[in-house]
Design a protein around this ligand. Structure first.
Ligand code: CP3
Length: 356
């Protein structure tokens, strides 16, 4: 199998020469697109959408039909893994994700087991295969998972949290139980990402959305150590092609040297870190992905283009940059502002890379 016709995203991640800076957006398929809302309405709810491979494929392709994006990302959610572990995921309207059976008691934690992704998450593997068929040879498909720490936050809290009080109390009081959850989850994530790669994902990303809530020491012990274990266990080649791996710790800008050390190909950055400075700190060890403030997309299309150029210029010339937002796109984003963003990234970087 050869690379897709547009392999700019893979080339940038592997720090091979590129003609322009590739761009995709976290949560690029989602509620800011009216066509997504229509498909979700037909599905009944978000979870039905995730569990139906044909519909998941349909919404994965929707942003690519509108915008000249350089990668597709599997439509799913990080919380399908704890759902497959038996915690009972549901989405209460307007309240975000919740678990019917959050992990609290010692015996539940001792009983926790990594699911078989080809059985309990078959619908995700079917969606990956379906999306690859539908994409043909156009752009690469990104698979993903949550990090063990981020998944544990939801599994122990039972939903979203402002202060992570329950999960952090467990971390400080019963580190043995916390490590047990993280160990089982790390095994689950490794198997899950490898199954996605075998089903056709051409790059994978680990979302450590709540790693930045940890102290300096706790981040290393309770988040980074498990992501290191996952990266070490990933299949890095499939069908004769390297499968790059991106690690994104939101709020992790001060730890990028340590993140680069775990063996990933690229680091995702939120908007609080300067890309150029990050580049100097990690050198040529990894590529960087990011990092425009998603809220800047609410400014006029002209100002969106100005901000996109500023982000590109902060990285500077040469390969190794994948343009993205610093976190997921807001559901209230005007869709035509995204057109302005994608066009600005492509046209400005073509000029910059031609002279650089
Ligand atoms: O990026 C993509 O387009 C792929 C799809 C994707 C979704 N969730 C779809 C989704 C991805 C990669 C995720 C990851 C995810 N899910 C993360 C990590 C990234 C991040 O944002 O930090 C987290 C923490 C979750 C958990 C989650 N799922 C929350 C907290 C919520 C509710 C918040 C919200 O925006 O409503 C979800 C729901 C969710 N996941 C939606 C989508 C499109 C909205 C569901 C809907 O249609 O109502």
């Amino acid at each position: 199998m050869s690379r897709p016709k547009n392999d700019t995203f893979l080339r940038a991640l592997l720090r091979e020469p590129v003609d322009y800076t590739p761009v995709w957006l976290m949560r690029q398929a989602g509620r800011y697109l009216p066509e997504y809302c229509e498909t979700r309405r037909r599905a009944g709810n978000f979870l039905n959408l995730c569990k139906n491979p044909q519909m998941a494929c349909e919404v994965t392709l929707q942003p690519l039909a509108r915008y000249e994006l350089d990668a597709a990302i599997l439509f799913s959610d990080i919380l399908t893994v704890p759902d497959a572990m038996g915690l009972g995921l549901y989405f209460a309207e307007g309240e975000g994700p919740k678990f019917e059976r959050p992990l609290r008691s010692e015996w539940e934690i001792r009983d926790l087991q990594a699911p078989d992704p080809n059985v309990h998450l078959r619908y995700v593997m079917d969606a990956v295969a379906e999306i690859r068929r539908a994409l043909g040879n156009s752009v690469p498909l990104i698979g993903f998972s949550g990090s063990p720490w981020t998944l544990a936050c939801y599994m122990v809290e039972g939903g979203s949290s402002d202060d992570y009080r329950t999960v952090k109390t467990m971390l400080y009081d019963r580190p043995d139980l916390m490590h047990r959850i993280l160990q089982v989850t790390a095994t689950a994530v490794t198997n899950y990402l490898n199954a996605q790669i075998e089903s056709g994902a051409q790059a994978v990303m680990i979302f450590d959305s709540w790693g930045g809530a940890l102290s300096h020491a706790a981040y290393r012990e309770f988040s980074l150590a498990y992501m290191r274990q996952i990266v070490a266990g990933l299949k890095r080649e499939h069908d004769g092609e390297r499968v790059p791996c991106i690690v994104f710790t939101k709020g992790g800008g001060q730890w990028i040297e340590a993140i680069a050390d775990i063996g990933c190909d690229a680091i995702g950055l939120d908007w609080t870190t300067d890309l150029g400075e990050a580049r100097r700190r990690v050198g040529d060890r990894v590529a960087l992905q990011g990092n425009m403030d998603p809220v800047s997309l609410f400014a006029s299309p002209e100002k969106v283009a100005v901000e996109a150029k500023r982000v590109l210029d902060s990285y500077g010339s040469g390969t190794g940059h994948v343009f993205n937002l610093g976190h997921g796109i807001s559901q209230f984003t005007p869709p035509d502002h995204v057109t302005a963003l994608v066009d600005a990234v492509h046209s400005h970087s073509r000029r910059g890379l031609a002279v650089g």
